[in-house]
Ligand binder design. Structure first.
Ligand SMILES: [Zn+2]
Length: 119
């Protein structure tokens, strides 16, 4: 049986990749099997969004509730031609499930090169 709509990370019933556009950049690869909220978290953990991630670590996840932050993210989705609609995202769930681990194969691509020395 195929996984037919439950998020592989949080188990939410959803329709991943219902209108998959191969040109959709931000959620390419990530959206398969992930609900909107988990896909967003996945994106935030990727190197492309490191600035946002560092901001979250510094100021706390609650900043995700700030409309200005959400608008910024919405713009990133538009620029990246993502399938995902900002309205699909439940920021509440994103925050609550932030520390939920990603299953193997869905782990975000973090930097592999470690910076030695510096500072
Ligand atoms: Zn999910």
């Amino acid at each position: 049986m195929r996984n037919n709509g439950n998020c592989v990370r949080c188990g939410l019933r959803c329709q991943p990749g219902k209108r998959g556009d191969p040109k959709a950049r931000p959620f390419q690869g990530a959206e398969k099997g992930l609900c909107a909220d988990c896909a967003v978290t996945h994106l935030f953990l990727s190197p492309d969004f490191e600035m946002i991630r560092l901001g979250l670590l510094k100021h706390g996840l609650e900043v995700l509730r700030i409309p200005a932050i959400q608008n910024q993210f919405a713009e990133a989705l538009i620029v990246g031609k993502s399938d995902l609609q900002i309205e699909d995202i439940s920021w509440d769930r994103v925050i609550k499930q932030w520390n939920l681990p990603f299953p193997t194969g869905y782990r975000p691509h973090t930097h592999t090169k470690k910076r030695v020395g510096g500072g």
